[in-house]
Design a protein. Structure first.
Length: 213
């Protein structure tokens, strides 16, 4: 994901934060950032046990004008039960939705419609985003059962972009999983998510802080 951000049209300089990162995850660190990107990997409940202590810091920073990007597990964490409650709704596993085309948690390929075009993406038990009725969001991609696979929205004066599949997957991911993307390895969907999120107009009032679980 760092490579995707570095090579995007915005050409970000990236740092890793956390116990083994370049810096600690703190309000002071986030104050120096434009984007906080939460990657995939692992399961939601254990991830939340590690991340819940940072929830208020992340919420406050995004509410004040920061941008959160969540890929797969990072998308789950943008939901509310459990999570940072950054999107106007919640998340669920795509494999658990009605008429899902993927029923395995193994690494595989999923078909989505991204801005109306059929595309294939790397997928491993990614989320579906369930928006509240009337919620304001830009839906970038849907799964074949018309559930939401990627979206961009606002949170206070900040912005949030989330995606269930993995637009950041490079050739090594496909080689390790012994799968092939019929479209080839193309980062354009990841760039679209990043740039669309960054340039969303922000006009909504700040949301009421949610209670972290």
């Amino acid at each position: 994901m760092a490579t995707l951000l570095q090579n995007s049209p915005s050409h970000f300089r990236t740092k890793f934060v956390g116990p083994d990162g370049d810096e600690t995850l703190s309000a002071a660190t986030l104050a120096t950032a434009v984007v906080y990107a939460q990657p995939g990997g692992g399961s939601l409940d254990p991830a939340w046990r590690k991340m819940r202590k940072y929830a208020a810091i992340i919420q406050d920073w995004v509410r004040g004008g920061g941008t959160y990007l969540g890929f797969c597990l990072g998308g789950y964490l943008a939901g509310a039960t459990p999570g940072f409650a950054l999107i106007p709704g919640d998340t669920n596993s795509y494999t658990d939705t009605a008429q899902a085309t993927v029923k395995t948690t193994d690494d595989t390929i999923v078909t989505v419609r991204w801005r109306g075009q059929s595309r294939h993406m790397y997928f491993q038990d990614g989320p579906v985003f369930q928006l509240r009725t009337g919620a304001s969001a830009t839906v970038l991609a849907t799964y074949p059962n018309n559930t939401t696979a990627a979206l961009a929205t606002t949170y206070g004066r900040g912005r949030v972009g989330v995606v269930g599949p993995h637009p950041e997957a490079d050739q090594s991911w496909y080689s390790d999983a012994d799968i092939t993307n019929p479209d080839g390895i193309r980062p354009d969907l990841g760039y679209d998510l990043i740039e669309t999120t960054l340039h969303l107009p922000v006009s909504a009032p700040s949301p009421t802080p949610s209670r972290t679980r």
